[in-house]
Design a protein around this ligand. Structure first.
Ligand code: ZN
Length: 53
């Protein structure tokens, strides 16, 4: 999983893939050429998991 920082609306966009066109889900701008950052799956899982995991 990957994320990018949108320079147009200053929000963070997440995606499962690092290829293809990337449009910001918040403002709709094309941020395909912005810097790509990997997301640690464990961090995402921990944030999304429920108690008792
Ligand atoms: Zn945006």
């Amino acid at each position: 999983m990957f994320h990018k920082h949108c320079p147009h609306c200053q929000r963070t966009s997440y995606s499962a893939t690092d290829h293809g066109q990337w449009l910001c889900p918040y403002c709709g701008k094309d941020i395909t050429n912005e810097t790509l950052y990997p997301v640690d799956k464990r961090q995402v899982t921990a944030k999304d998991s429920r108690d008792g995991e």
